[in-house]
Design a protein around this ligand. Structure first.
Ligand SMILES: [Zn+2]
Length: 335
């Protein structure tokens, strides 16, 4: 039990703690109805589930990061992509990179986004036809699709199956964007012969030549989820892509005149995130990871039901190691 004396003093301290420390410490998700809260780059995740480390058509990489968690719709989509790509695209299986932390939120390393359980990284390296060891999953490097020191795809590593995998991922209606290196976008623009109606969802961006990044829309009814405006209807195989092959995007930022040293960037605090994220941070978790892993029907609902039936289950569950429960502030009117 939490000592009630902690509440008054601990809550403000927690609210002033960098959010990445709080969310980076969560080992298990918040047992709340599944809900992405806030925006892809500023929010958290209630009711996340894990994709298993292994499936018939995927293996999760970098297990020590504990970022296999997502909104159930995203986890289901990644599983579906893995299965359909294996069956129809000649892509043997997905190596899955980061999704989100168990409760989403900012991370101690990497990624500005991936905070609400609607973003997933998938390697551009096909899954090998054997189960990788835990050690290999930590140390194996992904394959860049680019010719060294260029912005262009290396045809010795790029295959037609890569193109089919990417176009399939973009084709799903719930997928709003796929982030991919401009060189890869160019390759698809130049060579894809099939249906091009989803081409515009493939968004050229820095990085993303070792992996691609799937972003799904706010699920229907997710009222706390802040949506992003959809990409333009056009294919994007146009001036906006050509711009990436100029110097402008790659030029180092020019120092301004009278440049003072940049003020130290203030860390995002829990209180900077949507108000509901405080409840996500302090909500109880499940007793075990298995209870909230993809493959169990309605995992959150089952646990919530069990918790309601038995107060013992609730107290035995493992909330995040936070010093106290946080009173939930009223949502701001703008939310
Ligand atoms: Zn990503």
């Amino acid at each position: 039990m939490l000592a009630s004396g902690l509440l008054g003093s601990a809550a403000p301290v927690l609210a002033d703690q960098p959010a990445k420390q709080i969310f980076g410490a969560a080992k298990l998700p918040a047992i709340l109805p599944p809900s992405p809260i806030g925006f892809y780059s500023k929010g958290c995740l209630a009711g996340g589930i894990a994709i298993p480390n292994d499936g018939a058509t995927w293996q999760a990489m970098r297990p020590s990061r504990n970022r296999r968690w997502g909104h159930p719709d995203l986890v289901a989509l990644v599983e579906r992509l893995s299965r359909e790509a294996a069956a129809q695209d000649g892509w043997p299986g997905l190596l899955i990179g980061d999704i989100s932390q168990p409760r989403g939120g900012p991370m101690l390393s990497g990624h500005a986004s991936h905070q609400v359980g609607l973003d997933a990284d998938v390697w551009l390296t096909p899954m090998p036809n054997r189960t990788l060891s835990a050690q290999e999953r930590e140390s194996l490097s992904a394959t860049s699709m680019l010719k060294p020191n260029t912005l262009y795809v290396d045809d010795r590593v790029w295959t037609a199956a890569h193109a089919r995998l990417l176009m399939r991922a973009a084709s799903y209606p719930e997928v709003e964007r796929i982030f991919i290196h401009p060189g890869i976008k160019k390759k698809l623009c130049d060579t894809w012969q099939g249906d091009r109606s989803a081409m515009g969802k493939l968004r050229p961006y820095y990085g993303h030549h070792y992996h691609f990044h799937i972003r799904i829309k706010c699920p229907p009814g997710a009222n706390n989820c802040r949506s992003q405006s959809p990409p333009a209807q056009s294919s994007g195989c146009d001036k906006s892509l050509a711009w990436w092959f100029t110097d402008e995007p790659w030029a180092p930022a020019k120092p301004k005149k009278n440049d003072k040293p940049a003020p130290k960037k203030r860390e995002i605090q829990l209180s900077d995130l949507p108000a509901a994220c405080a409840a996500v941070a302090s909500a109880p978790g499940p007793a075990t990871e298995a209870q909230v892993t993809f493959g169990t029907a309605d995992p959150i609902g089952r646990i919530a039901g069990a918790n309601a039936a038995s107060a013992v289950t609730a107290s035995a569950s493992a909330p995040m190691p936070v010093p106290g429960r946080i009173p939930v502030p009223k949502p701001r009117p703008s939310n």
